[in-house]
Design a binder for this molecule. Structure first.
Ligand SMILES: *Cc1c(COP(=O)(O)O)cnc(C)c1O
Length: 358
């Protein structure tokens, strides 16, 4: 028995259709499609009517081109391998004025999307003046194969925060720049800003004048914030293992390494489960429960390839132990402070877990 990571293909697809809501989405497929598998995810998203993809690595962008020859592919990080970007017809961010001046000629025939830095300060132009500078400089460039300005975009860093005003501030700053540029007569084939949280905060629709919402985590079945109802987004991933033994321990016994867990009642049933941090179960996740035969039981100690779960006499060797499925979801633990949805997904060890698509 080995721990299994499995995805229900039909549930994944149905969720994508529901998230898409007949809007025009750019599916974010960075980090191997949030570790759901790049090829699997791109194919399911295509079936669900999504034809635009976005990632942070050129290597993944090239793989997406191979899987989806007709797709529009947007690279969110600027790179320096201009020939590959051209060869695979990948759109790329224009991240700063200095990058523009340094690589104006290298960028010939490449589609770029001008990026607004906004409150995240990770990348992008600082203000409207910088947008004007590059747009005017480009207008004066009479070279035949100059870069092609085909998009405008930003990323909201606070869309999943409800207790602070920052989302409203970054949203307004962006819409202000966008509206001024459009009023001045500039046009862009692609305008995108919304991550999952912003997309849902705006009512699961694409903002005015935008061509796409750039959605990741919702497409992978986790809610970006807790106010959303669970039924709106379905988790297709299951991570499960098995009980390999049930042991009886007594009050005062210490179990696990270095007094990990002290037994507080007599005749306690302790299930030994063959999954651990070596399989990517976070220490913070082990502060919570697992699901065995439809009932939740607390994890008491986490080891590299085992965990102890305090159970009762209804639990037996070989019973399935579910760490994650649609009844015990990743997003539930996100909201309990275990770590971001993507952090829990990224922690999973795909070398030790058996991977299945069913
Ligand atoms: C990861 C990412 C997204 C998607 O965010 P989700 O919260 O997963 O929807 C969108 N835009 C950028 C720039 C990103 O890095």
């Amino acid at each position: 028995m080995t721990a299994i990571w499995s995805v229900d293909t039909e549930a994944f697809y149905q969720n994508a259709v529901k998230v898409r809501n007949n809007q025009s989405l750019m599916a974010v497929v960075k980090n191997n499609a949030y570790h759901y598998g790049l090829e699997f995810a791109v194919k399911e998203f295509l079936k669900a009517g999504i034809q635009t993809f976005s990632t942070t690595s050129l290597k993944e962008a090239v793989r997406v081109r191979e899987i989806a020859p007709q797709a529009t592919i947007f690279l969110m990080n600027a790179v320096y391998d201009f020939d590959t970007v051209r060869k695979y017809q990948i759109h790329m961010t224009l991240p700063s004025l200095s990058y523009y001046y340094d690589h104006k000629d290298d960028l010939s025939s490449i589609h770029v999307h001008l990026e607004f830095e906004n409150l995240l300060h990770r990348s992008g132009f600082k203000d409207l003046n910088e947008f004007h500078e590059v747009l005017e400089n480009d207008a004066q460039n009479k070279s035949e194969n100059k870069m092609i300005i085909s998009g405008l975009w930003t990323h909201f860093g606070y869309a999943d925060e409800f207790d602070v005003l920052e989302y409203g501030i970054e949203r307004e700053a962006w819409l202000n720049i966008l509206n001024i540029l459009l009023d001045e007569g500039y046009t862009f084939d692609m305008i995108h800003s919304q991550n999952s949280a912003s997309y849902y905060r705006e009512g699961q629709i694409v903002l005015p004048h935008h061509t796409h919402a750039r959605v990741g985590i919702a497409l992978y079945g986790s809610r970006p914030y807790s106010k959303l109802n669970k039924s709106e987004i379905q988790q297709s991933l299951t991570v499960k293992s098995n009980v390999i033994q049930v042991r009886e321990v007594n009050k005062g016994d210490y179990c696990g390494y270095s007094f990990a867990y002290e037994v507080t009642k007599d005749y306690t049933h302790l299930a030994v489960v063959d999954v651990g941090y070596g399989d990517g179960i976070l220490k913070s996740r082990a502060q919570h429960e697992v699901l065995i035969n439809g009932k939740r039981y607390p994890i008491k100690a986490l080891m590299m390839s085992h965990m102890f779960v305090e159970v009762d006499d209804e639990v037996h060797p070989q019973d399935e132990v579910v760490l994650y499925n649609n009844d015990i979801r990743i997003d539930e633990y996100t909201f309990k402070g275990v770590g971001a949805n993507s952090e829990q997904l990224s922690a999973m060890n795909h070398d030790s877990l058996i991977k299945e698509y069913i």
